[in-house]
Design a protein around this ligand. Sequence first.
Ligand code: HEM
Length: 465
Amino acid sequence: MFSALYLLALPFALFAYLWTMRRKRNILLPPSPPSEPILGHLRTFPRIDQDQAFYELSKVYGDVMHFNVLGKSVIILSSTEAATDLLDKRSANYSDRPAFPAFELLGWGRTLVFTPYGSSFHVQRKLLTQPFTRQGCAVFQPIQLQQAHMLLQNLVHSPEDYESHIRRYTAAIIMQITYGHRVQSDDDRYVKLAEQVNDTILAMGRATILDLLPFLKHLPPWFPGAWFIRYARDTQPMRDEMENEPFEEVRRQMTWGTILIFIFAILLHPEAQKRAQREIEEVIGSSRLPDFDDRDSLPYLECLLQESRRWHPTISLGVPHRSMADDVYRGMFIPKGATIIANARALSLDENVYPNPHLFWPERFLPENGQPHPTSAMFGFGRRVCAGKNLADASVWIVAATILASFDITMVKDEHGKDLPPKVEFTRGLTSVVSEEGEQLPCTAILALNLDLQIAHANTTWSIE
Ligand code: HEM
């Protein structure tokens, strides 16, 4: 389907190749897999399951890899050390963003996350981070608590709809904090609108060809294979409708995905689930629900949350940065304008930081084991670190504590009483969230979770506001 697009790319590729060869002669770039003349890694650059593919390649080529896509450098960082050295310690040079043509086509180019480093970035970032410091976020706790209790009520009434209840929860918090709009039900107009935008973001994430060949965004809609142009055009009316409406979809989607990954983690690791429930029972009892004041008294729950993040980072490839000047790292040349990707999947499996990384073991974060929280793999680096991480962290924690205090999460059984293991499918993209069954979406998808929510404390009288 892309052959016409590749044909179109050839003259551009030849020019970029010759130009790059001239510029980089005699300079040692980081190691890279074999490439083709002129096209570089264009045809071999992983396009699906990118995080896993880069992780596998890093075992051969090391934690700093170079890809040449039509003369454009892409650097993949696969260790905490390399990612921290460059994106944190040298953040003055690595805080720009590459172009995000797919999101620009959708009209999201002006959003802070995609804004290039510069004066507009500084103004936007300052405005957005001020209310979301750790102390600042304390004022939002009553909203989060109230919404968590509403989520609990909804789960009690219709546990099978857990996915849409969690969507409503994450939407309601963002809407109320940002716009003062109180979401009362799943039918809320803005929740519906956000759903539609969510679908467009997921669908557009399939257009990875655009990241490699950004000039394709100028193709006419009739061009063979240019479905993304037609899609962006067809969804224009919806974007127009929401131009002046409350909208914080990407952030909501990340929080939602993180909660689902946590639920999935405790479904598959019942021992860890039981231990966290015992801790809650011992500290809080069963006559009330957890509150934010309980957080410091629940160390195992903290470990479990951190391990579910490490086990499956919500944004499995991180959000790309861009270098603003030529640099040399460990004797390797990193050119100006390179796209820098810190692969969160590889960071969370870094054996130097997490011995036995494939084992789901929350205890690794207990003080006696002392392994560091996977905060960077989860929320990013340096001057571009997630602006809403404190808010998101609290939203996820209160739901995790509330759900564990109230439900046993188990697999659905078949007619013989045997567990029906969840059917899981992971696809990749900017964010990792749950998708519709059967669709190939550009995100980490947890399909058909087969979740059975059993009320654990049936006799408890909860005080739900
Ligand atoms: C669990 C949920 C969330 C996760 C996992 C997450 C993760 C991330 C990551 C990985 C980045 C990119 C960091 C980098 O480039 O190094 C990011 C950026 C960002 N996040 Fe979050 N995020 C979450 C929720 C939120 C929320 C709730 C908000 C807002 C209230 C928010 C606001 C932002 C903004 C504005 C940026 C762009 C920062 C910049 O480019 O300067 N995020 N987030």
